[in-house]
Design a protein around this ligand. Structure first.
Ligand SMILES: [Zn+2]
Ligand SMILES: [Zn+2]
Length: 853
């Protein structure tokens, strides 16, 4: 002990001139950790359990903002805690490097998108390093490099072979500002705006490439052994939107102008109401519209089509607006009763949903009802509550909403059946005639992956111009990658630069060797991000996209952290990729991530979203230079529950900075203090208990990432130690243990200061340096934690009635609540007015009640 205390005297003297200065210690430790390769993961080490930790990789916009810190630094605390807990942690980093901003920058400044992107990545690498995080940079992937995107092309070819990729003419959502088509998932909100720029999208008919996401629709609705936040599950489920019903074919009726022979297919969730289908409505874009238009109706129909094109989907679906439509002058046959029903077009039916046609049942569907009323079409009630039917009550030709126990009426042989039964029987009857079948539909569409952009992965096919039968020819696998051109001519006037690049366009057909034209569409960048975590395991692998040995060992990802805004984009596509690659035998799991965490959002100090125009942006670089990375990390974790975020607070960050200074002081300078009573024994024991109680709490909080409460606990422990400075307690082994535990607990959260203090501690003891971050996470003593209970005698009117055991840290009110809820006490005080409660904390409680009258 003597030597330790001598050392402490020396240290205390030094510390007079040695204040906590993060700018001096943080870069030094970052360099040291890197030099030692401390965060490089041995992916083939099987001696420890693995833990694959992932944050959503970033788009290299050029600058890290505080939101990046809020995702990444708590995740780094997870990484450090897991390492200390004995796991072999893999925590990679990379860049989602293709995308539109680079092309827009090229238009503005004439710089090649690649140059712009790589420059930003360089800058962001430096900023990321300032966080002091444990990334394994040796596994970095940058998706705009051919080493990466060639594998997008490889997957594309494999998908094409298996029918998972296909090309089709389709009405698609087009952003007029970005001059690019969008996937359904990229059109946001009821007013249907572009996810990137907020411009309202329009519809265009274009030949496009799709991935068949719908193939896995059912499986995407199940989440076996998947710890996903509920909101994400709900959003995905609603997005996929499975509904059961029947697909029914209505033959087109033969007429003077109409040869017939076509049929209109509809999907309905209510086949039981088929007898009530008194007309049909097609979306204006339906391919049969042209053919089914009676010559007399032509002018009116054409005018309506023109009008419908101009409307957004939100306008079309609005319930406020009066329904519009035009009769085509043709009829269809209701397959269940042979009735002729008129065919209309109306813009409230959308082409991209279902089959683009509906059977209208005006008596039981509000929109159909409005439409029928407006145009004088027949309305026939076909379901009714059973009571009414028995009473033989008159049926309305009005709108009648569905009821739970309704039965079929007006439905021929099916009348009287319960709705579900009736629906099933009608479907069976149709099936016998080949006019229908039970069916399931989804709102989910196939993933539109074509982008008319030059800064993305070229789609590896050519169009043969030599042999017509060759058509679309895939590039042979051995010839991958199809490289992007090295120079780039920006097109401020719009359009895809690749379409104007003759050297890129002109090629030969792999089939016939004749001239061919390359596909100029590139892939949605969400293709890049749908599989990048597998590439992290072997970024340099040349003979395939994924190292399957490592995939077996390391996947699925154990913990994924990122924003909830990707709920039906990246988080759906990644799950789809896992299923597709699993079916191809490339990965062994069907879900890519085991546990997902969505962090909240950091707002400006004014409680508003941070934005330059509001002037409430917090620049992390500036905060780091002012407070140090440790304080910024700690404050982000302290400000509230991680999944909620909250407003920035300038006083809050001052507070955590003061806390770290206090940690510095209690560890380095415990003796210096305006002298006080020499205590010792009892205080040291209490400190030891407090340290173990804190350790128990912090360990528990790590399981659910409750950073704020664990930091509060650490602050309390530090304050406790601060109060004991200068007393005899600081010379005890208990103090020494508390200081050691404090540093180990601070290490995952504020890694630099913990490392600095740890190294000084070792030096003071003459021990060799080993990093605090490779220490084993300490075990708390259950005894010390358990002993921390108080036995409290409870009296009623001065008479002992019960003894209750309560945890030491509870507030007086909490203890009172517990005491008054005890059965023995309740029995004594029931029916009496409590006059007052005398509570001597830790000693006694006396409940004074008014005695019986
Ligand atoms: Zn846009
Ligand atoms: Zn050819």
């Amino acid at each position: 002990m003597t030597s330790l205390s001598d050392a402490r005297d020396t240290r205390a003297r030094e510390s007079l001139t040695d204040r906590y200065d993060p700018s001096a210690i943080e870069p030094r430790w970052q360099a040291r950790w890197e030099e030692l390769g401390m965060h490089k993961t041995d992916l083939d080490d099987a001696s420890r359990p693995k833990f694959y930790l992932l944050t959503m990789y970033d788009y290299p916009s050029g600058d890290l903002h505080i939101g990046h810190w809020f995702t990444k630094t708590p995740t780094d605390a997870i990484s450090r805690f897991k390492r200390m807990s004995g796991y072999n942690v893999f925590f990679p980093v990379g860049f989602d490097a293709f995308g539109l901003p680079a092309e827009n920058a090229a238009v503005r400044s004439g710089v090649h998108p690649r140059e712009w992107t790589l420059r930003n990545i360089d800058h962001m690498r430096r900023q990321l390093r300032s966080m002091g995080a444990t990334w394994d940079w040796s596994s970095e992937v940058v998706t705009c490099e051919p080493e990466y995107y060639r594998w997008n092309q490889w997957f594309f070819l494999k998908f094409l072979e298996r029918g998972l990729a296909y090309r089709e003419m389709a009405p698609v959502d087009w952003c007029p500002k970005d001059q690019v088509v969008l996937a359904r998932e990229q059109v946001l909100g009821a007013n249907r705006v572009c996810w990137r720029c907020g411009t309202q999208v329009i519809k265009r008919d274009l030949e496009q490439w799709f991935f068949r996401t719908t193939l896995y629709a059912d499986e995407l609705l199940t989440y076996p052994e998947l710890d996903f936040p509920d909101p994400i599950r709900v959003m995905q489920t609603n997005w996929i939107a499975r509904s059961e019903g029947a697909e029914i074919a209505f033959p087109v009726a033969e007429d003077a102008h109409q040869p017939g022979g076509d049929e209109i297919r509809v999907f309905t969730t209510r086949p039981d109401t088929l007898f009530g289908a008194t007309f049909m409505v097609l979306a204006p874009e339906h391919p049969l519209v042209e053919k089914l238009t009676h010559p007399d109706r032509r002018a009116e129909v054409d005018a309506y089509l023109l009008e419908a094109r101009r409307k957004s989907e939100i306008d079309r679906l609005s319930t406020e607006r009066e329904k519009t439509g035009v009769a085509l002058g043709s009829h269809a046959i209701n397959p269940i009763n042979g009735e002729r029903v008129p065919i209309w077009i109306a813009d409230y039916v959308l082409f991209g949903y279902g089959t683009g046609a509906i059977m209208a049942v005006p008596a039981h569907d509000e929109r159909d009802f409005e439409f029928a009323r407006r145009f004088g079409l027949p309305i026939r009630q076909v379901v009714a509550p059973p009571v009414k039917d028995e009473a033989g009550g008159e049926l309305a030709d009005a709108y009648v909403s569905h009821t739970q126990d309704e039965v079929l009426v007006n439905s021929g042989e099916f009348s009287g059946m319960a709705a579900v039964e009736g629906g099933r029987r009608i479907t069976e009857a149709l099936e016998k005639q080949g006019k229908g079948k039970s069916a399931v539909t989804y709102r989910l569409r196939d993933w539109l992956i074509s982008r008319q952009r030059a800064w993305g992965t070229p789609i590896p096919v050519v169009y043969c111009e030599n042999t017509p039968s060759d058509g679309i020819v895939p590039i042979p696998e051995a010839e991958l990658p199809v490289l992007l051109p090295e120079d780039y001519e920006a097109r401020p006037q719009g359009g895809n630069p690749l379409e104007f690049d003759e050297r890129f366009l002109r090629t030969t057909c792999p089939k016939c060797g004749g001239p061919a034209r390359r596909e100029t569409d590139t892939m949605d960048t969400f293709v890049d991000s749908a599989w990048y975590w597998w590439r992290y395991l072997s970024p340099d692998k040349e003979d395939g996209p994924i190292d399957q040995d490592r995939e077996q060992k390391w996947c699925p990802v154990d913990q994924y952290v990122g924003g909830a805004e990707h709920a039906v984009l990246h988080l759906l596509y990644g799950r789809w990729f896992a299923k597709a690659l699993n079916d191809m035998g490339l990965v062994h799991e069907r879900e890519p991530w085991t546990r997902l965490f969505n962090q909240g959002q950091i707002l400006g100090a004014d409680g508003e979203r941070m934005s330059k125009s509001r002037g409430n942006v917090q620049d992390p670089d500036e905060l780091v230079s002012r407070y140090g990375a440790d304080s910024v990390r700690l404050f982000l974790m302290f400000m509230g529950p991680w999944d909620q975020g909250g407003p920035w607070s300038p006083t809050g960050i001052d507070g955590v900075h003061r806390f770290l200074r206090r940690v510095w002081t209690v560890v380095l300078d415990p003796a210096a203090r305006e002298g006080t009573d020499a205590v010792g024994g009892a205080d040291a024991t209490e400190l030891r208990r407090h340290a173990h109680r804190t350790l128990a709490k912090v360990t528990e909080d790590h399981a659910d990432f409750r950073w704020n409460t664990m930091i509060s606990a650490l602050m309390e422990l530090t304050n406790h130690m601060f109060r004991l400075r200068g007393t005899d307690a600081v010379d005890t082994p208990e103090w020494d243990e508390a200081a050691r535990l404090l540093l180990l607990m601070v290490a995952p959260l504020a890694p630099h200061i913990a490392e600095e203090l740890w190294s000084r501690r070792l030096a003071a003891r003459g021990e060799d340096w080993t990093s605090v971050h490779v220490q084993r996470w300490p075990d708390f003593s259950a005894d010390l934690v358990a002993q921390d209970q108080i036995e409290l005698p409870i009296q009623v009117n001065g008479k002992l009635r019960d003894v209750v055991t309560v945890p030491a840290g509870l507030s007086e009110i909490e203890v009172e609540q517990i005491a008054l809820a005890r059965d023995k006490i309740k029995a004594q005080i029931e029916g009496h007015e409590i006059v007052r409660v005398i509570h001597v904390p830790g000693r006694l409680m006396n409940v004074v009640v008014r005695p019986d009258k």
